[in-house]
Design a protein around this ligand. Sequence first.
Ligand code: ATP
Ligand code: MG
Length: 440
Amino acid sequence: MELLTKKVKGAEDILPCDSYKWQFVEDIMRKEAECFGFKEIRTPVFEHTVLFNRSVGETTDVVQKEMYTFDTKGGESITLRPEGTAGAARAYLEHALYNNGLPVKVYYQLTCYRYEKAQAGRQREFHQFGMETYGASDPKADAEMICAVNGIFNRLGVDNIRLEINSIGCKSCRQDYTNALKLYFEEHKDKLCPTCLSRLDRNPMRILDCKNEACHEIAKAAPTVLEYICSDCSQKFNKVKTFLNAADLEYTVNPTIVRGLDYYTNTVFEFVTDCIGAQSTVCGGGRYDGLIEELGGQPTPSLGFAMGIERLLMVMDAQGIEIPKPKTCDVYIAALGEDAEATAFRLVKELREASFNAEFDIVGRGLRAQMKYADKIGAKFSIVIGDDDLSANKAVVKHMKIRDEQYEVPLDERFLDEFIKIYMDIYQKTISTSLNFNEN
Ligand code: ATP
Ligand code: MG
């Protein structure tokens, strides 16, 4: 029986008392993306496994250790998306979005799945918000992408978050670097974990982001990629910095950032904070000029980022950022007796059609209990309807916090207009006093 009421490890519920926080940040992110001309894309939660093997990379931690991969009843290998870039790139190609002209700019909000050790800021199902630009080679695009992330943090009021950037060069300068890494790690072969040992020949750069303590220690003294990038890549990196300066964005160059996914080239960046413990990277991204070609498309310089929403909310919580509470009930109609209940039902319907948040009793409570409930849910107004009110064709309206004043509304077709007048009247009064009309 226990399994019926226990969620799967590493997955979290977002409860009604918290969902407004998610809606708030999602809204802000959507608005920011749209200011930059990005449109939303929604892709399936699963894809053919080969898509991730090919794009994220066979020797990455994500593919080697973290994917939820299974065979369907039809014998296909399917994987729950561990990230959003691969699916978006697949959709870009499948639907020939490039036919609408370049650049193509998309954003997404989605759940991701990685079989990792669950801990604070690290879940097996988690949420990412991300943006991708296809068909833009200019370093201005890199700076624009970074600005968009920064804009989100600004709008949310998040501060004390560091922007760290690096360049990991192009395919050809990466070759020299890979050789240098090979030589370095060969010398420390005996201390590497078995996965990294197998990466030594195939992709030594992946050893740099291995989470194993011993590998991590050795990686600290490894040659850094910036020493090896070609002059073209170096120039591009300088341009990115120039545009970041022009936008007044502070950054530090961190030559150890290589990102854990194989598709990155040139600019990579992370937004890092000290206020949420060990899982300190809130957002990671960069350029991936080879990905679209790798998936069978024309060479298409592209770039993107993904932000972890759980970590973002942890930062906001740690920084004491208040998220506006959702609107509560505008008006609760309490009723006693069958006829009054039917009238209440009709009026609630009218109010809701006019976009008021209106409620009435649906559990069979007595009048006192209904009023108590109205208080509990933070109703701004109450209307009480009994038999006498029905015969008089009017009922009393009260503001739940200004109880000494009361108003009357007719219960016939004039009801809505009259109620709106009272509502606006009290609204006017309360904005000029310390009593906040919208206070819960
Ligand atoms: P980390 O080094 O922390 O494992 P990563 O490099 O694997 O991160 P990315 O693949 O770049 O992460 O994903 C982008 C963002 O998604 C991360 O910066 C983080 O905020 C979030 N993220 C990644 N994995 C998880 C997870 N398991 N649980 C919660 N958030 C995650
Ligand atoms: Mg990871």
